[in-house]
Ligand binder design. Structure first.
Ligand code: ADA
Length: 602
């Protein structure tokens, strides 16, 4: 090892380690430009082939906030076409850099100083692009964001999805000044939670010329004695067999977090700080009830919550932190401890908050209701695997994420589809995500791919799409019986009923708030009182804008317990709150931080 560099590192260490990051990972030794703010903007609706678009002739006639969904603004509401954004940034001359988009929707092509760097066709997942060095410190960034559906450029954004797909630079943008070789991320693999043993998977970017690297590791600001000289193979350096000193387990009630700072000492001039939680997630048998459950550190933990979109009429898919926080706050008022984040990767700021507050999460890949012919298409399978890698690479260290999912309501009743299900499940496992694999199946008892799932999750709507109130409880119980025989935990991943906000009628028919509340009362009391049901994510947390058409009144999916502006539908809110808060979480998964139970009246 290089002693000089280690001494330099040690002398600068206390300054770096005392640095707190706004978000994780952060990179203490780099210059990072945060590119959020106001960009120049123009909306063009006459571009045929956006992939051949030349941005140099564009005339900008407006400005736009980043992050933001431009088509959530009244002026651009509902338009589909090509939006072009531009901003300038002063960087260090002659430095390479990497630009990171947390999300750019739907299809985005990125240009720097007039040259195309690359493009990306999934509007919800983060991506990086390399920016070549320049003699000049002044750089011009142009982003072409096209929100039209295009089977070649955005193959997993299909027009028939039951949620509005907004466009624009939807989440934050960062420009990192880096060397030719840099650390892109560190995954903390929990090897043995009880003993606090972890392995670090260091991801190195631009690794072609690097075969060895030397790392210093600090946990919670304390530099570990030895350095680690390890092989770099295909951009991965493994530092194995580390013990986190004085480790504390992450539980929903006590969401303890740890920090690891990893510094490369043999030439990269780079370091990274990640935040993680030490916990083990398993499917286990509850010794009191004999039922299969989701267990956190061996403790059966009932999941009571909602399916939730990352969406709001005022912000599109770019909700500010305060709104994300308010959503979690509302969940806790309802007595919930769990969110199923549908149907794509969500804002990483929400994941950070859930890590801190002890909320349990399901996260899933984009891909809604895909047919067998799409699922078995080799190119789609590769796209899904690519999206899975992007999601895992960017969210690996969140202890709140306990279920990793894909293919909501896909054609899993065709055995030909199972090859793709297995490939996705195997990929999660090979990446050693510390969580359980599942998908929300609408094929329920006819699903043929269950061998690849750790948790069996059913979407069905008794009392709404077919049947009546009397069918709600028997349907849930017979589904739970079916799954019990498979020896895996059972989650009701979707179930619910629609209500137009404020709609009352003496007959209490469909679309009234009272009918919705009656359906939810049957669901929630059944889930709370039956150990054969490991959890529920009611459909859905808040009403969401859907695709245009006549199938959805107001063109909203109206099955929210809250309306789209988070105003409670009072009967349902009180019903769910009563059932969820009545559950005796022996481990008290609601957390230590008390939230007053306040019902607002509008
Ligand atoms: C499906 C789907 C949801 C929503 C729901 C509904 O289960 O996964 O996105 O469309 O149906 O409201 O019908």
């Amino acid at each position: 090892m290089n002693l000089g560099r280690l001494l330099l590192f040690l002398s600068s260490y206390s300054a770096c380690s005392s640095m707190m990051c706004d978000h994780y990972p952060c990179y203490p030794s780099r210059r990072v430009h945060h590119l959020d703010g106001t960009w120049e903007f123009v909306f063009l609706n006459n571009i045929d082939d956006v992939s051949k678009f030349d941005p140099s002739a564009v005339v900008y006639n407006d400005t736009m906030v980043v992050p933001g969904s431009f088509d959530a603004l009244p002026l651009y509401s509902g338009v589909r076409g090509t939006a072009v954004y531009r901003r300038k940034v002063a960087v260090t001359a002659k430095y390479l850099s990497r630009i990171k988009f947390e999300a750019c929707s739907l299809y985005c092509a990125i240009f720097v100083d007039g040259k195309k760097l690359g493009d990306h066709g999934n509007g919800y997942s983060p991506f990086w692009l390399d920016v070549p060095a320049s003699e000049s410190p002044d750089r011009e960034i142009v982003v072409v964001a096209d929100n039209r559906f295009n089977s070649k450029l955005t193959p997993l954004h299909l027009e028939n999805y039951d949620f509005y797909q907004y466009g624009g630079i939807a989440r934050s943008v960062y420009l990192h000044e880096v060397g030719t070789t840099s650390i892109s991320n560190v995954d903390v693999i929990i090897h043995d939670a009880m003993e606090g043993k972890v392995d670090l998977r260091v991801r190195i970017h631009g690794y072609d010329s690097v075969s060895q690297a030397t790392f210093a590791v600090a946990f919670d600001g304390n530099l570990q004695g030895q350095t680690h000289n390890v092989e770099v193979s295909n951009g991965i350096a493994m530092i194995v067999g580390l013990s986190v000193p004085n480790h504390k387990l992450w539980f929903p009630r006590t969401p303890n977090l740890h920090f690891a700072e990893v510094t490369e000492l043999s030439g990269l001039n780079d370091s990274i700080m990640v935040r993680f939680g030490i916990r083990e997630v398993s499917a286990c048998k509850d010794s009191h009830t004999g039922s299969m459950a989701v267990c956190i550190n061996g403790q059966p933990t009932k999941l009571l919550g909602y399916s939730k979109h990352d969406m709001h009429p005022a912000f599109g898919i770019s909700m500010p932190d305060q709104q994300l926080f308010e959503d979690i706050h509302m969940l806790r008022q309802l007595g919930g401890n769990y969110l199923r984040l549908v149907h794509y990767p969500h804002n990483p700021h929400l994941l950070d908050m859930c890590d801190e507050l002890g909320i349990l999460l399901w996260q899933e890949l984009l891909g809604w209701g895909l047919s067998e012919s799409i699922i078995i298409n080799p190119a789609i399978k590769q796209d899904l695997l690519h999206d899975l890698d992007e999601m895992v690479n960017n969210t690996f260290n969140h202890p709140s994420v306990i279920i990793w999912a894909f293919l909501n309501e896909g054609a899993s009743d065709h055995s030909d589809s199972c090859d793709t299900y297995k490939a996705l499940s195997d990929r999660y496992k090979s990446l050693q995500v510390n969580g359980l694999v599942s998908w929300a199946s609408s094929r329920t008892t006819h699903d043929k791919c269950y061998d690849s799932a750790d948790v069996i999750s059913f979407n069905s709507y008794p009392g709404w799409y077919g049947g009546s109130l009397k069918d709600v409880v028997p349907t849930i119980l017979s589904e739970a019986d079916f799954v019990a025989k498979l020896g895996k935990p059972f989650i009701k991943s979707e179930i619910g009923a629609g209500a137009i906000p404020g709609w009352q009628d003496p007959m209490n028919g469909v679309w009234t708030e009272n009918y919705q509340s009656q359906v939810l009362e049957r669901i929630t009391t059944t889930v709370v009182n039956n150990s054969t049901i490991a959890g529920v994510s009611l459909w859905q947390f808040a009403d969401t804008r859907s695709k245009p058409g006549i199938s959805r009144p107001r063109t909203f999916n109206n099955k929210g317990t809250l309306d789209e502006y988070r105003r409670p539908k009072q009967p349902s809110f009180l019903t769910v709150q009563k059932a969820y808060t009545s559950f005796n979480h022996t481990e008290n998964t609601l957390g230590t931080q008390k939230v007053g139970i306040v019902i607002h009246s509008w």
